[in-house]
Design a protein around this ligand. Structure first.
Ligand code: NAD
Length: 370
């Protein structure tokens, strides 16, 4: 048995544990059928941690997260916590993990499986087979820059300030992630800013260009203004491979790209930190969707975003590209065969539960071994 590494599984609340259950079955399958063993710890986060310890993230859980090769996260939240003070909201568990692990690189792939191309708001031929990755800088820029705030002026009107700020190291570290990711994909990076009107954009473009010349000449690099990128995403999205951009533009562009796929239950994500001395990055993988209290406990949750997040875990934390491909292909196949959870149900297809969808993926994984 090949020891691959250790994982911290944090299922969270609502449908989190339901979709995580399907990841655990795939982990079991990798051990049984592929001889790949993951050491797994399971712990509480969000509302379930609040119920057990009075905190959304216990110190011991944070310790496990720091020690793990990767954290696989379900979803947190629920209406019973709506009245909690800010620091006792379930979402704080996730925000603390991102901060404590210094996860500065947010990866949001937008993939359109052929069988679901009809669900997009764009024409089928524009999005069919789409596979792009938006890489957003997550810990700097205008959401954190100082000075920030609202002041009242002598005449009684108010003045609000936010500061967009980026430094050379911040730009270089996110750009490096972009180039490295592109090498595992189609080898093309589009760096996005507004160098025409913003100083941060000028520095962003200079630093990305410099880093490219120094260390990543084998990757193709293009620059694009953020407004044009927004337009190109809905005009001809398949022109992109990896888009690397700042916190604010990444927030907007990743949501726009997500909608190209048409379904919340299908969107994975990852957040990565800086590499350690062995070259391993701290990492957290999670579906984009929340805890979906409206369908929790009913077997209706779509587990595919969670499973796609696990495919990203295999690819980016363990360099298991072949296994990640195998899992993604199995997901494409179950969709081709007509399996649908209620959120992606289409006429003439077969409506299945969370576990039946997971089982269909496992059956195809089995069949792929011949
Ligand atoms: P949500 O993503 O939980 O749900 C939005 C809608 O999409 C709901 O109708 C839900 O049933 C559906 N949906 C979501 N995921 C699905 C899946 N896998 N399969 C089928 N249908 C799915 O967003 P919301 O309703 O705005 O928030 C619910 C709770 O989740 C709130 O407490 C919110 O704060 C929290 N939340 C957590 C995260 C996170 O943990 N990262 C992200 C977003 C929201």
């Amino acid at each position: 048995m090949n020891q691959v590494g250790n994982l911290l599984l944090l299922p969270g609340d609502g449908i989190g544990p339901e979709v995580m259950g399907e990841v655990e079955r795939v982990i079991g399958w990798l051990g049984d059928r592929q001889g790949m063993k993951f050491e797994c710890e399971r712990d509480l986060v969000g509302g379930s941690a609040l119920d057990a310890h009075g905190l959304p993230l216990a110190e011991s859980t944070l310790g496990l997260a720091k020690a793990a090769d990767a954290v696989v996260f379900g979803a947190v939240g629920g209406p019973q916590y709506d009245a909690n003070p800010f620091h006792l909201k379930p979402e704080q568990g996730l925000l603390q993990l991102r901060k404590e692990l210094d996860l500065f690189a947010n990866l949001r792939p937008a993939m359109v499986f052929p069988a679901l191309a009809e669900a997009s708001s764009l024409k089928k031929e524009l999005v069919e087979g789409l596979d792009i990755l938006i890489l957003r800088e997550l810990t700097g820029g205008v959401y954190f820059g100082e000075p920030r705030g609202i002041e009242t002026l002598p005449d009684g009107t108010k003045r609000a300030v936010d500061t967009q700020v980026y430094t050379t190291p911040e730009i270089r570290r996110i750009a490096a992630v972009g180039f490295e990711l592109a090498k595992k994909r189609r080898n093309h990076v589009t760096s996005v800013e507004k160098a025409n009107v913003m100083h941060t954009g000028v520095l962003w473009r200079e630093e990305v260009t410099k880093l490219h010349a120094e260390a990543f000449q084998d990757v193709e690099l293009a620059h694009m203004y953020a407004d044009n990128c927004a337009m190109q995403l809905v005009r001809r999205p398949k022109q992109f491979d990896v888009i690397v951009t700042d916190n604010l533009f990444g927030d907007l562009l990743s949501d726009a790209a997500a909608m190209l796929t048409g379904s919340l239950g299908m969107l994975p994500s990852a957040s990565l930190g800086a590499p350690d001395q062995a070259g391993r990055r701290k990492a957290l993988y999670e579906p984009v969707h929340g805890s979906a209290p409206d369908i929790a406990g009913q077997g209706k949750a779509n587990p595919l975003a969670m499973l796609l997040s696990f495919a990203m875990t295999l690819r980016y934390s363990f360099d298991l590209g072949l296994e990640a491909d195998r899992l993604e292909k199995a997901i494409a196949s179950v969709l081709d065969q007509g399996y649908r959870t209620p959120d992606i149900m289409q006429p003439g297809m077969r409506e299945v539960s969370t576990t039946a969808m997971g089982q269909a993926v496992l059956d195809i994984l089995d069949a792929s071994l011949g």
